[in-house]
Design a binder for this molecule. Structure first.
Ligand code: BGC
Length: 257
């Protein structure tokens, strides 16, 4: 079984067909720059380009940087204010002609890591944090996702941690690994006090430099780097579409019946 995984981000929209049994990409991923402004229709055009590129007509799973309920975007998503309240699943389905599932991008990465990566077989409470332009979070209890946690929205001393301790903040403020790790440690301390995780997985682009900052992290829970790196978002988005990939596409006749 396969699905097209699409990861919609602030700077790039990436996609590839994914084997849902193996959690691997079935073709080299394609990245298209996020349009500016990233309005629903402009983004839907890019997703359609990916569909055309892979000549896809099966199920699609899309990761999106916002909380999502029943396909509807709950906030403006850092992409464009016009996304708030949009039925993104419907818009993308209409544009691509494919059945589609949409999920928070960090939740998508979490699904992939839990099934094929650092969280495989882990019971108890597992927390995945993605450090990139912002901070995404994904929380699992005995393997079951608790969606839309948005822990990067927490405030530490009046500052939103997703802005203050993200990988982008490290780069734009030219923070040393040590200074940045101090911020991350403050965040981890809060999370541990609230959630007592059995495992914390650190993902996002920065996880490939884990040997630079893991020794600086302080945590009571074990911490592991994500294993699927920048493919987790695509693989997990595809996994989120597993149920629709399983059910055959209704034909015109069966719809009418
Ligand atoms: C968004 C989250 C997203 C994270 C990572 C945050 O700004 O609010 O929904 O998961 O960025 O992209």
């Amino acid at each position: 079984m396969k699905a097209l995984g699409v990861d919609i981000g602030g700077t790039g929209i990436k996609g590839a067909p994914v084997s849902l049994e193996k959690g691997t990409l079935l073709a080299e991923r394609v990245r298209i720059a996020t349009p500016e402004p990233a309005t629903p229709h402009a983004v839907a055009d890019v997703v359609k380009k990916l569909v055309e590129k892979f000549q896809w007509n099966g199920a699609i799973g899309c990761g999106f940087p916002s909380t999502i309920k029943n396909g509807v975007i709950q906030s403006e998503a850092n992409l464009d204010p016009s996304w708030a309240g949009c039925d993104a699943a419907q818009i993308l389905e209409n544009h691509t002609g494919c059945r589609l599932m949409i999920i928070n991008d960090a939740d998508a990465a979490g699904l992939a890591e839990m099934e094929f990566g650092a969280g495989k077989g882990q019971r108890g409470v597992v927390l995945l944090l993605t450090f990139g332009t912002g901070i995404g979070s994904s929380l699992f209890s005995n393997g079951r996702l608790i969606p839309n946690t948005e822990l990067g929205r927490l405030k530490i001393r009046g500052r939103e941690v997703g802005l203050w301790a993200s990988a982008r903040a490290r780069e734009s403020k030219h923070l040393t690994w040590k200074k940045w790790a101090k911020r991350v440690n403050e965040f981890l301390e809060q999370l541990e006090a609230m959630l007592s995780p059995d495992l914390i997985i650190i993902g996002g682009g920065v996880s490939k430099h884990h040997e630079k900052f893991f020794p600086l992290l302080k945590s009571r829970s074990p911490i592991l780097p994500a294993q699927l790196e920048n493919e987790a978002g695509i693989i997990g988005a595809a996994l989120a579409a597993r149920n629709i990939a399983r059910t055959p596409k209704p034909t015109k006749t069966s719809k009418a019946a």
